[in-house]
Design a protein around this ligand. Structure first.
Ligand code: AMP
Ligand code: AMP
Length: 340
C-alpha cells in the first residue's frame, strides 16, 4: 500500500475490537469519540488517532477530516443507533458494507419477508391485541438493547397494559427456548461464509428470574425486562452447526436477490431461539458486527478452526479489506456510494 488507509469508526460498541483488528492487519486506525469516552480510546496504543466530538450527530460533518486521512468506515451498532438511514446514504466516505441492506433490516416487515424467503422460521406476529392467543413479547421500534420490551401472557393482560406503550411496537409470539446469537462473516472475495463465534446475552432482569422460585415470585409483581448488560460465550451442539450454516447461507443468497448483486456481505448476526424440539426460531438479523463478538477479540473456538491465529470479527473485516486492496478489488467490499 502506498499511502496507508485508515480504518475509522465511532468510539463505542465494538470499536476496540475493530481497531485492534485493523492495527493487526497493518492499517492506521481512528476513533471518533465523545467527550466521555475520548480518554478511554486515547489510552490504547493500537489507536493512532482520536477525534473528539460533543455528539455523534456531528459525524457527517467530519467528512473533510476523514478524507484527509484516507479513511474507510467500518460501521457497528452505534451507527444505526445514532445516525439515521438518510445520514448513512448521504455519506460518501468509503464504507464497508452494503447500505441497501439497511432498508431491509430496519423495517420489521421487509426483514420478515427476507428471512422467510431464506426458509427461516420466525415467531408468529400478531397484528392487534385482540388476536393474541398465547404468551407474547411486545417490542418497541428502535428500542436500544431490549429496553421497554414487555412480556404479555394473554389478550386480557395486553388490554390492561397497552396504555403503557408510548411508542410504535410489534407483538411477537414468545418462544420458550434458549437464545444463541450466531455471528457470521461472508467474504465476497472468496464467496464463502464462515461462522465466527456465538454468544448469548446477559439481560436484566429476565436472566435473574429463574433464581427465585416461581411460588416465591407470586405476588411480588415483577415483570421480566430484557435490558442487555453483557454477553456470554456459547458453543453450539455440533450436530446443530449444519443448520446454523444453512441459515446463514440462505440469508446471503436471498440478500443478493433483494439488495442488489452485492447483497449482504461482511459481518452479520442471526438472533435465534432454539426450542426443545431443536427448531431454530429467528427473532432478528443484524447486518453488521454485533457487540457479542467482543467476547472473542482473541478468537473463538470456531474462528480457530479456520485460522490458526487469533481472528476476531473485527480483524476478519480488516483482513477482507486488506485482501481486497492487495488484489485491486476494494470496490467489491465497499458500498456503491463510496468515493475513493
Ligand atoms: P452503545 O453505543 O453502547 O450505546 O450501543 C449502541 C447500540 O448497540 C445500542 O442499541 C445497544 O443496545 C447495542 N449494544 C451495545 N452493547 C451491546 C451488547 N453488549 N450486546 C448487545 N447489544 C449491545
Ligand atoms: P431483540 O431486540 O430482538 O434482540 O430482543 C431482545 C431480547 O428479548 C432477546 O435477547 C430475548 O431475550 C428476548 N426476545 C425477543 N424476542 C423474543 C421472542 N420472540 N421470544 C422470546 N424472547 C424474545
Amino acid at each position: 500500500m502506498n499511502r496507508p488507509y485508515t480504518i475509522a469508526t465511532l468510539g463505542s460498541h465494538s470499536a476496540l475490537q475493530i481497531l485492534k483488528g485493523a492495527h493487526d492487519e497493518g492499517f492506521r486506525t481512528l476513533a471518533i469519540a465523545n467527550r466521555d469516552t475520548e480518554r478511554l480510546y486515547r489510552s490504547f496504543g493500537f489507536i493512532d488517532d482520536v477525534i473528539g466530538v460533543d455528539s455523534y450527530s456531528e459525524f457527517p460533518g467530519l467528512v473533510g477530516e476523514l478524507e484527509k486521512r484516507k479513511s474507510i468506515i467500518v460501521p457497528h451498532g452505534s451507527f444505526v443507533a445514532y445516525l439515521s438511514l438518510e445520514d448513512h446514504k448521504r455519506m460518501t466516505i468509503p464504507y464497508f458494507g452494503n447500505k441497501a441492506v439497511l432498508d431491509w433490516e430496519s423495517s420489521r416487515e421487509l426483514q420478515r419477508d427476507w428471512l422467510t424467503r431464506a426458509n427461516i422460521t420466525m415467531p408468529r406476529q400478531f397484528k392487534s391485541g385482540a388476536e393474541i392467543d398465547r404468551p407474547v413479547i411486545v417490542k418497541l421500534y428502535g428500542a436500544g438493547g431490549g429496553m421497554g420490551y414487555m412480556f404479555i401472557r394473554d389478550a386480557r393482560d395486553f388490554e390492561k397494559r397497552a396504555g403503557d406503550l408510548k411508542k410504535a411496537y410489534t407483538i411477537q409470539e414468545y418462544i420458550i427456548g434458549v437464545p444463541p446469537y450466531i455471528h457470521y462473516f461472508y467474504s465476497p472475495l472468496e464467496d464463502k461464509l464462515e461462522i465466527m463465534s456465538m454468544d448469548r446475552r446477559y439481560e436484566t432482569n429476565v436472566d435473574s428470574l429463574g433464581r427465585i422460585p416461581a411460588n416465591a415470585q407470586e405476588g411480588m409483581n415483577v415483570s421480566p425486562s430484557y435490558v442487555v448488560v453483557g454477553n456470554q460465550p456459547v458453543s453450539l451442539r455440533e450436530s446443530m452447526l449444519a443448520e446454523a450454516l444453512r441459515m446463514g447461507e440462505d440469508v446471503v443468497r436471498v440478500s443478493k436477490e433483494i439488495c442488489g448483486p452485492k447483497g449482504l456481505f461482511g459481518a452479520f448476526c442471526i438472533e435465534t431461539i432454539i426450542t426443545p424440539d431443536i427448531q431454530f426460531y429467528v427473532m432478528e438479523i443484524s447486518a453488521r458486527i454485533v457487540a457479542g463478538t467482543n467476547l472473542f477479540i482473541d478468537g473463538s473456538p470456531y474462528s480457530y478452526l479456520n485460522y490458526s491465529e487469533p481472528m476476531s470479527t473485527g480483524r476478519r473485516i480488516a483482513r477482507e479489506l486488506k485482501n481486497a486492496l492487495l488484489t485491486n478489488n476494494l470496490r467489491l467490499v465497499l458500498d456503491d456510494t463510496s468515493v475513493l
